[in-house]
Design a protein around this ligand. Structure first.
Ligand code: GTS
Length: 222
């Protein structure tokens, strides 16, 4: 059975959990809880699984470790030979990857940097270097990104075009993180909010935290 090392409350882990639900693969994985608040993800033992010291990490039955949400989503999407989140044609794949990366670098990642640098983050034993001014700048970057995605979504129903894709999932995760760190997405970004309401109605988005909770009983802790 595949294992996913993650922290169920986390916005990046949410991306893989939503992808699993979209693909109906929830029963094919076992979750291994890694507590970010205690810094388990920075120990030598964990760094051997993922050099970057981040979650989530997919562990295959043959012992291969795949880190990075995009890479994990690609793997899961191709598992049964019927990709639904990463595109089929060359054009779809190109546009989806571009918009997925853009959702990361313009929205999700800067909110994460804000959390780690301009708030207490995961606590002093994990946040060994903090630069609050950089964190604040990244918060502003994320808000500019939100305005950009509002424009994008004024012209198309989904982040990468006419169909739901992993790029939508990455932007949903930005909302999850914004909520945790109390970064308010301006209410006048109406297209973005309308898109988010539509995304929030999807079973995969409604259920990703429940997936964590219901698995908690059987979850292995690292
Ligand atoms: N580029 C990575 C990916 O896409 O997987 C980023 C992963 C990431 O930053 N994960 C967070 C993490 O491990 C998890 S969470 O914040 O969403 O819960 N953060 C811990 C740290 O110390 O950076």
């Amino acid at each position: 059975m595949m294992k996913i090392h993650d922290f169920w409350r986390g916005p990046y882990p949410a991306r893989v959990r939503i992808a699993l639900a979209e693909l109906g693969l929830q029963d094919k994985v076992q979750f291994v809880e890694v507590d970010l608040r205690t810094g388990t993800h920075k120990t030598q033992d964990f760094l051997e699984k993922n050099y970057s010291g981040t979650l989530p990490v997919l562990e295959l039955a043959d012992g291969t470790f795949i880190a990075e949400c995009t890479a994990i989503t690609e793997y899961l999407d191709h598992l049964e030979g019927k990709p639904r989140l990463t595109g089929l044609s060359a054009r779809e794949r190109g546009v989806i990857h571009m918009m997925n990366k853009r959702a990361e670098i313009e929205a999700l990642d800067p909110i994460s940097v804000y959390f780690h640098h301009a708030t207490p983050g995961l606590g002093p034993h994990v946040e060994l270097y903090q630069n609050p001014e950089w964190g604040e700048r990244m918060r502003d970057k994320a808000l500019r990104g939100a305005a950009y995605f509002n424009d994008v979504l004024s012209e198309r129903p989904y982040v990468a075009g006419e169909a739901f894709s992993m790029a939508d999932i990455a932007l949903v995760a930005a909302f999850v993180f914004a909520d945790i760190v109390q970064v308010t997405i301006p209410s006048d970004l109406s297209h973005l909010h309308a898109w988010h309401d539509r995304m929030s109605a999807r079973a995969s988005v409604q259920g990703w935290q429940d997936m964590g909770r219901s698995a908690e009983g059987s979850m292995v802790t690292e």
